[in-house]
Write a protein that binds this ligand. Structure first.
Ligand SMILES: *[C@@H]1O[C@H](CO)[C@@H](O)[C@H](O)[C@H]1NC(C)=O
Ligand SMILES: *[C@@H]1O[C@H](CO)[C@@H](O)[C@H](O)[C@H]1NC(C)=O
Length: 152
């Protein structure tokens, strides 16, 4: 609750302080994009195949969630037990990157995939915030994209 309230107040402060011309250029950032957005191409891959990961951190930075680290996973859900998320990449984010895009090539690892499972590609944004004593604390927020795994 307290977190939501402070987030609302910080957005209100940003809206109040940014001139309208800059707002129009930067575009409006909805709450859904507060940790950034991620996409993969192609979105259908088989084990051993490479794909391009593109994360857009414009809104994360604009909403004060500037990444320190970006962790990328493939997660699965199924009606039976599946292993925990597979780590695809762990990257340190450089906030001087312009435009604020993190793009790289990844390879789908050979792992135990299931034809009846639903897979998602997850990006975890770890960002620093000052705590009650001013000490910097890293918290994590995630966003995801669909991925279809074939050839299994
Ligand atoms: C990144 O996201 C922002 C905000 O949604 C958008 O204006 C911009 O065009 C995006 N950049 C790219 C390269 O997709
Ligand atoms: C990241 O850079 C943006 C400007 O591009 C700035 O507004 C923001 O405060 C920076 N964040 C951190 C944590 O340095």
């Amino acid at each position: 609750m307290h977190f939501n309230k402070s987030k609302f107040l910080s957005i209100a402060a940003v809206l109040a302080s940014v001139p309208t011309t800059v707002m129009a250029q930067a575009g409006f950032c909805p709450e859904a994009l507060r940790y950034g957005s991620v996409s993969i191409s192609p979105s259908t891959v088989s084990p051993g195949q490479t794909f391009t990961v593109t994360a857009n951190l414009t809104c994360a930075i604009q909403l004060d969630n500037t990444p320190t680290f970006l962790d990328y996973y493939i997660d699965a859900t199924a009606t039976h037990t599946v292993s925990g998320p597979i780590l695809i990449a762990r990257r340190t984010y450089d906030n001087s990157t312009s435009p604020p895009i993190d793009q790289f090539t990844a390879t789908l690892p050979n792992w135990y995939y299931y034809t009846d499972a639903t897979y998602t590609f997850v990006m975890d944004n770890s960002f620093a915030r000052p705590g009650p004593t001013g000490e910097s604390v890293i918290t994590v927020g995630g966003t995801e994209a669909g991925i279809t795994i074939t050839g299994i």
